[in-house]
Design a protein around this ligand. Structure first.
Ligand code: ADP
Length: 462
């Protein structure tokens, strides 16, 4: 049993981890940058350490500082949360080497899945469907990209081999556009991931993003906890997520769930993970990537399966076996998450600043995960996700009604948020019917089109 866990993150996920630890009787060490001195996760943890100045490279991404904090404070485990170092194989390895148990998969699985062309190859070999795309290790030069584009047929999606957070992604509708956009996407990948390696994938139109939650213990037992539909996105970033997917039949759930479990099994994966698929209008599905960490949207799965995924991740890191089998997984009702961003929804730029009044909604089936409080100043330096509103009800229709009521009740004064946009979406007949694809949001925010110029809001990592 762990006695003390270092929470290598900030914001809502740091608080989520601290809560799970409290229930498990594990004490917590928070880390913070000088910009986060007043942050809620620091107040909630049993102990806290300042690990550097505001810039993430100097603090939340600073491996030596984080490790020395863990060792100095006598932690025996590290939970990376999402974003920051959560998908950094070197960090996982450095933790293990320092005698700190990393709450997550093994370093080699993080590296394997972080190399997307390689993950595609492995999945294809294992019989998990992938979209036609670049073969081998990916492409770095425009001429090779053009050859792939001609072979695949347009439109194609240019993606970064080391990608994440939608960075380095561009749609090309013809060879000319590919020639123009490829260097831009590659430049973005170099800046974000220090990698020039890209790959192309056939662009699937009118697709839904449907991902499966996986739990894999270190005794080779793997189960899935159903799916999340995360099609409401802008610039390839999720904004609303729900479980179950409103259009998935029980047969498709079984088929895709089996493929997701197979994806984890073929590599010998352990801990929590998410296998992401695109689901086409013809009901064909394709693997796009596996995220080797807890997801932002894990809460909707928790609500419909009554499972605490963060506690499970900690237990599995302690070597415990999963206490249940696939046949024991039961799904109840519908759950939807709304990501609340501190941003100006019209201009699409972050809106940090002082929160003069914070009144979160409550009541049956309403869950708010937030690091906000009255008088808190949202710093400019990090991801603008400030709250997640998660509703749960017996049916999707009831969950939508609950969400409308809860979002209307939610008061966040002092900063701008995207709550008004959520309310608009909640009145959209197509959204209400469950009839949408990943391009849905372009009707509300035309600038969300994949090739729109990036804004400062693109700093988010998950
Ligand atoms: P990242 O890791 O940067 O988030 P993903 O590969 O997970 O990138 O893709 C993010 C989103 O981009 C998906 O949810 C989907 O909306 C869109 N996308 C990715 N690949 C394709 C594709 N081949 N065709 C159409 N849309 C895609």
């Amino acid at each position: 049993m762990f006695k003390k866990l270092l929470v290598a993150n900030r914001g809502t996920i740091a608080i989520r981890i601290i809560r799970a630890c409290r229930e498990l009787g594990i004490s917590t060490v928070a880390i913070y940058s000088t910009a986060d001195k007043e942050a809620l996760h620091v107040r909630m943890a049993d102990e806290s350490v300042c690990i550097g100045p505001p810039a993430a490279e100097d603090s939340y991404l600073n491996i030596p500082s984080i490790l020395s904090a863990g060792l100095t404070y006598g932690a025996d485990a590290v939970h990376p949360g999402y974003g920051f170092l959560s998908e950094n194989g070197d960090f996982a390895e450095a933790c293990q080497r320092s005698g700190l148990q990393f709450v997550g998969p093994r370093a080699r699985h993080i590296r394997l899945m972080g190399d997307k062309p390689r993950a595609r190859r492995i999945m294809k070999r294992a019989g998990v469907p992938v979209l036609p795309g670049s073969e081998g290790k990916g492409v770095t030069e425009v001429r090779d990209a053009l050859a792939d584009g001609e072979r695949l047929g347009f439109p194609v999606l240019i993606k970064a081999a080391a990608g994440g957070g939608g960075k380095g992604m561009r749609i090309a509708h013809d060879a000319k556009e590919l020639e123009r956009l490829f260097p831009i996407a590659r430049g973005e990948s170099e800046a974000a991931f220090s990698s020039r390696t890209m790959y192309l994938e056939k662009y699937l139109e009118r697709a839904r993003h449907v991902e499966f939650q996986i739990l894999a213990d270190s005794h080779r037992s793997v189960v899935h906890l159903g799916e999340r539909d995360c099609s409401i996105q802008r610039r390839h970033q999720k904004v609303i997520e729900e479980s179950p997917c409103p259009v998935l039949t029980a047969r498709m759930r079984e088929k895709m769930g089996k493929a997701a479990v197979r994806a984890a099994e073929v590599v010998g994966y352990s801990n929590v993970g998410t296998v992401e698929f695109l689901l086409g209008p013809d009901n064909e599905f394709y693997f796009i990537e596996m995220n080797t960490r807890i997801q932002v949207e894990h809460g909707v799965t928790e609500m419909v399966t009554s499972t605490d995924l963060v506690k499970e991740s900690i237990r599995m890191a302690m070597g415990e076996a999963l206490g249940f089998k696939q046949r024991n997984v039961e799904f109840r009702g519908a759950s939807i998450e709304f990501r609340v961003y501190a941003e100006d929804p019209v201009r699409n730029i972050p809106s940090p600043g002082l929160v003069s009044n914070h009144h979160p909604p409550g009541g049956l089936g309403v869950r708010v995960e937030t690091a906000l409080y009255d008088g808190y100043r949202v710093p400019v330096h990090y991801d603008p996700l400030v709250a997640k509103l998660i509703v749960h009800a017996e049916t999707r229709e009831l969950a939508l009604a609950r969400a409308r009521a809860a979002l209307r009740e939610y008061v966040i004064d002092g900063i701008k948020t995207n709550i008004p946009l959520h309310l608009k979406i909640l009145h959209d007949p197509d959204f209400i019917r469950g009839d949408f694809s990943t391009s849905f949001l372009t009707r509300y925010q035309p600038e969300t089109h994949a090739n729109a110029e990036r804004t400062a809001a693109d700093s988010r990592a998950t």
